[in-house]
Design a protein around this ligand. Structure first.
Ligand code: KIV
Length: 273
């Protein structure tokens, strides 16, 4: 079993993540949306729990991440926070709560911090959101960036294909990563971009890069929990490694339960008072 050089760390902070990058220790991040799962992730030793707006898809059943609200994200984040002792907990700022108006961005981030107690927020985008990031940082709230495929902009992209394969978009992404670094973000997610580009960004910027579909030469990896556990089955990008087939296992258990109830095999004598 892999044991981290930081296994004795009581609480992962943004400072600890920076140290991990410097010593070449990879950062493991997963999404989490509820108390019970977050407790398992934290007990297992995950470094970062991301209360991702992918909750819009896997929890709320929307087709995109766009509809999920600030109140819904705060509800999920405060449930996760009650379970986590060691991991750094980051919350996605949902669509419409930070774009275009940095004062509104700060108010949204303050609500997230006060009402859920998490450690940091995540914002999608580069130069176009830097004013919002600056204002949030000025209130002492750590910010994680997110470049490459940014799902909140799906209607602009029109598709979930790999981003920044052309020079112009790749150059813009490199410049945006430098801007996020200089602005004071503590880390940046790189989603679905060529591995070579992610490697270059990782070498050029001081803050840790966390990849999803960005190759192995980034500082850490993130996956959506429901995808890596095989609870969702209709989403199979090349970068996704499924560690389990929980959909089958859960279905099997539910079918056994139904059968036991129908045949009065449950409850048994030992399972009643
Ligand atoms: O919302 C999410 O789950 C994310 C990850 C895919 C990085 O942003």
């Amino acid at each position: 079993m892999f044991t981290s050089g930081f296994s004795s760390v009581k609480k992962i902070t943004t400072h600890v993540l920076q140290e991990m990058k410097l010593r070449g220790e990879k950062i493991a991040m997963l999404t989490g949306y509820d108390f019970s799962m977050a407790k398992i992730l934290d007990d297992a030793g995950i470094d970062i729990v991301l209360v991702g707006d992918s909750a819009s898809n896997v929890i709320a059943g929307h087709k995109t991440t766009i509809p999920i609200t600030l109140n819904e994200m705060i509800f999920l984040a405060s449930s996760v926070m009650k379970a986590v002792n060691r991991a750094l907990v980051v919350v996605d700022m949902p669509f419409g709560t930070y774009q275009g108006n940095s004062k509104e961005a700060l108010n949204s981030a303050i609500r997230i911090m006060k009402e859920s107690g998490v450690d940091a927020v995540k914002i999608e985008g580069g130069r176009e959101v830097v004013e919002s990031i600056n204002r949030i940082l000025s209130a002492g709230i750590p910010v994680m960036g997110h470049l490459g495929l940014t799902p909140q902009s799906i209607h602009k992209f029109g598709t979930y294909i790999v981003r920044a394969t052309e020079k112009e978009e790749a150059d813009r992404l490199i410049e945006d990563s430098r801007i996020l670094d200089d602005t004071g973000c503590f880390a940046v997610v790189l989603e679905k971009i060529p591995a070579k580009l992610a490697t270059r960004v990782t070498k050029e910027i001081k803050i840790p890069t966390i990849g999803i579909g960005a190759g192995s030469e980034v500082d850490g990896q993130v996956l959506v929990l429901y995808d890596m556990l095989g609870i969702t089955q209709d989403f199979s990008p090349r970068f996704l490694r499924r560690y389990h087939n929980l959909q089958e296992e859960i279905k099997g258990s539910v079918m056994s339960y139904i059968n036991d109830v129908k045949t009065v095999n449950f409850p048994s004598k030992r399972e009643q008072y």
